[in-house]
Design a binder for this molecule. Structure first.
Ligand code: SER
Length: 583
């Protein structure tokens, strides 16, 4: 069964069971400064898991485009992916364990026709925070899983939370038995020898965790996640996702073009290319910070591995075409943006190959020095120089070092990077925590200020101004918008004055729900139209701003303080960036 068929079956099955199909959010969250990418289907839904009413009801289903970069350096083996699609169904205070398990079992055995004897499951064994999950256990027995295929584990295996803080709870996980022999008599679904493959995770979110511990949420939710690429691999009887229709055309092309045969490099190219395409499609551009930096790492690592395969880099446009072709049925929106996407990838490749050869030569020198010193360690300063002068992300230097059995010393890297802290991978990856849940008072104020800024820019610069992205921390806001020229001091002052006038006018911020079509007709501003569900929330500020938005916002602009633009600079071609604060 092709991935698209699995996706369609899934959404239709849950629709039949009363769920509203909602669209995927973009991979880069728009107004959640605490994460660089959506890493799970639940992430864009955090406010609703916490009790906010969702406009599409209490039963939802979708596919969510996800990026997980913690395993980026593992890509190349037979299973890790940075981009994947997560199919999910949610109960927002509606059904709980029993119905959720019954539906999952029915879907796996009746819709996907997975033989029941291939399924093993795990449940939470209980501890001081939450008792043993007897309800899941009894339900699994009731639907037909024999006791010997039901396992109990602790928080390490059967508890789910995104990061350190947020909604969470015990989960029950479903595993597919590949039929391979057990690696030891104790081999069970928590073993990663490859006999058991996790296929679905149903999280029973009834707690909220913060630094003080666990408390009960207002409602009992269900959050489930099924990895589409993995399921396609299983149903197609393949050993790796790279053999499914999502990757195989690119893998074959790379095999045809390569002069050196390295399967890991082919997988890295195919995988990083697909992730990059999806990130760029959702507005990401290579840069030295945050998600832009991850995109840069993906594209530079891909370029280096194309070189390792000795593939002519002029073939990249064709490889991109094949990659988009393989997934165009799943993401038809890629077709409209194909030329743009290609340009971003090729520009970054061109930028990098200028320094790649010299950087590799420099690395050889450094590596020889390390070998000759007998310590087999590459000094921090050299890692830093390779980044500063040749654009080698430190992770790439680490990978090059590993290929020669060398290590890198990252001990003082942060210190060297101090003045570039924003640029460092450590800085950005620390953001893989929490969700909107951690939205504080300042972030909410900045969020409302972005709407005012958007409106003021339109007045001062023209209607061509549209939001291209935003990022908020408790200290400042950053706002990217379409505009082709540097703003003059006078324009900046006019924008500031206008925002401050609207603040002193003490305008009410109001919210209403309406069908998407109607919202568009009223001229409400929105960034990615395909991202929005049929019923949307629209925030209005007096009569100066109307935007499709999930919130949250302050109630009155009078709460915002004084708005000040700190910086205006280029972000990427045709996009400017403003950094501003509220004092
Ligand atoms: N949030 C859970 C996961 O990511 C289930 O969707 O696995």
């Amino acid at each position: 069964m092709k991935a698209i068929e699995i996706r369609n079956k899934y959404l239709n099955f849950f629709k039949k069971h009363g769920h509203s199909i909602i669209p995927s959010a973009p991979v880069i969250p728009e107004n959640d400064p605490s994460v660089l990418f959506n890493t799970a289907g639940m992430q864009p839904l955090v406010p609703y898991l916490l009790g906010q009413k969702h406009p599409s009801g209490t039963r939802l289903t979708d596919y969510q485009k996800c990026i997980r970069t913690v395993d980026i350096d593992e890509v190349g083996d037979n299973r890790h992916l940075t981009y994947f699609e997560m199919l999910g169904n949610w109960s927002l205070g509606d059904y709980f364990k029993e119905e959720s398990i019954e539906m999952s079992y029915e879907f796996l055995t009746k819709e996907l026709n997975i033989p029941a004897e291939k399924i093993s499951v795990t449940c939470f064994k209980g501890d001081e925070d939450c008792p043993r999950d007897e309800v899941s256990y009894e339900t699994w027995k009731k639907v037909g899983i024999p006791e010997e295929r039901i396992y109990f584990f602790g928080k390490d295996d059967n508890w789910w939370i995104a990061g350190e803080e947020g909604p969470c709870g015990a989960d029950t996980e479903m595993f597919y038995d590949t039929g391979k022999p057990k690696c030891s008599p104790e081999c069970n679904p928590s073993c990663d020898c490859g006999k058991y493959i996790e296929i679905w995770n149903n999280v029973f979110m009834e707690f909220y965790k913060d630094k003080n511990g666990y408390s009960k949420l207002k409602q009992q939710n269900v959050d489930t996640g099924l990895g589409l690429e993995r399921m396609a691999m299983i149903l197609q009887g393949k050993e790796t996702p790279f053999e499914t229709e999502l990757f195989s055309p690119v893998m074959k092309e790379l095999e045809k073009l390569q002069k050196i045969d390295i399967i890991e490099s082919r997988r890295i190219v195919a995988e990083h290319l697909r992730s990059s395409i999806m990130i760029i499609n959702d507005g990401g551009r290579p840069s030295n910070v945050d998600s832009g930096y991850i995109l840069r790492r993906l594209l530079r690592r891909m370029t280096r591995h194309l070189n390792k395969l000795e593939i002519d880099l002029d073939k990249l446009p064709e490889i991109i075409d094949i990659s988009i072709d393989a997934i165009k049925e799943m993401y038809p929106e890629l077709l409209d943006r194909k030329e743009n996407i290609k340009k971003v990838i090729i520009d970054e490749k061109d930028k990098f190959i200028k320094t790649l050869k010299n950087g590799e030569r420099e690395f050889e020198k450094v590596a020889n020095r390390a070998k000759n010193s007998g310590k087999k360690v590459i000094e921090t300063q050299a890692v830093f120089n390779l980044y500063e002068t040749y654009g080698f992300p430190p992770e790439m230097t680490e990978e090059l070092a590993k290929e020669q059995n060398l290590e890198v010393d990252m001990k003082d890297y942060q210190k060297l990077f101090k003045e570039h802290q924003e640029k460092s991978r450590l800085g950005s990856e620390q953001k893989f925590k929490g969700g909107l849940a951690s939205t504080g008072e300042m972030e909410i104020k900045y969020h409302t200020a972005t709407h005012l800024l958007n409106a003021a820019l339109k007045v001062v610069l023209g209607d061509h101004v549209h939001q291209k992205g935003s990022n908020i921390t408790p200290e400042r806001m950053r706002f990217d918008f379409s505009h082709n020229a540097k703003m003059t001091d006078d324009e900046k002052k006019q924008v500031e004055d206008l925002v401050n006038k609207w603040i002193s006018d003490k305008l009410d911020v109001t919210v209403e729900e309406m069908p998407k079509e109607e919202a568009i007709k009223t001229g409400a501003e929105c960034m990615f139209i395909e991202k929005y569900p049929d019923i949307v929330t629209v925030y209005s500020i007096g009569n100066i701003s109307k935007e499709l938005c999930g919130g949250p916002h302050v109630k009155n602009t009078g709460d915002l303080g004084h708005f000040k633009i700190k910086k205006e600079e280029a972000s990427s071609a045709g996009v400017r960036r403003i950094k501003a604060i509220l004092e």
